[in-house]
Design a protein around this ligand. Structure first.
Ligand code: S3P
Length: 181
């Protein structure tokens, strides 16, 4: 299957975008980028440092710019950061560039994954003044309608491994590709 477009992975923090992107890239023989990692490279700071030093607004600007640069190419898998879809231009860009996959998980699974990830790596910055569980619940409620609106397929990741999620995405791509032939 040849895919001359950008496959975007969207979803909340801890939904598995960064784990699935390289697996999907290997299976499809495509390149992938992780927008958060690219931002850290460009800024020479971790995401938490950017939030602490320059603030969220500056981070969102960098995020939108980084996305804009990558969406000039094709044949690419992009793992977006969880809040990237808040930007209306980004919404349009990803929807016009190819299939958008929403990796979805409930509050409990999301909380557990983020806590585990942050324990294993560098902790993510807080996005509100709410306590952590409440922040996840509130932001998921706000963002789910946007993830739903921008995506072509929604995959429940709470009970599936990254390999199973990758299989499911490939199955979807094959079916939609066949439908277009
Ligand atoms: C954010 C999610 C993070 C990162 C930043 C903001 C968000 O990306 O971009 O901390 O607003 O949900 P991940 O979804 O890769 O953790």
């Amino acid at each position: 299957m040849r895919i001359d477009m950008i496959i975007s992975l969207v979803g909340f923090r801890g939904s598995g975008k960064s784990s699935v992107a390289p697996l999907l890239a290997t299976r499809l023989g495509m390149k992938f980028v992780d927008v958060d990692q690219e931002i850290e490279l460009r800024a020479q700071q971790t995401i938490s440092e950017i939030f602490a030093n320059q603030g969220e607004e500056y981070f969102r600007k960098l995020e939108a710019e980084t996305i804009h640069v990558f969406y000039q190419s094709d044949n690419l898998i992009v793992a977006t950061g969880g809040g990237a879809i808040l930007n209306p231009q980004t919404q349009t860009l990803i929807q016009n560039s190819g299939p958008v996959v929403w990796l979805q998980a409930d509050v409990q699974a999301t909380v557990e994954r983020i806590l585990k990830d942050d324990h294993d790596g560098s902790p993510r910055p807080a996005l509100t003044d709410l306590d952590f569980q409440q922040e996840v619940k509130t932001l998921l409620e706000q963002r789910e309608p946007i993830y739903k609106a921008v995506s072509n397929i929604q995959i429940d990741t709470a009970t599936q491994t990254p390999d199973q999620i990758t299989d499911r995405i490939i199955q979807y791509l094959e079916v939609s590709h066949r439908g277009k032939q």
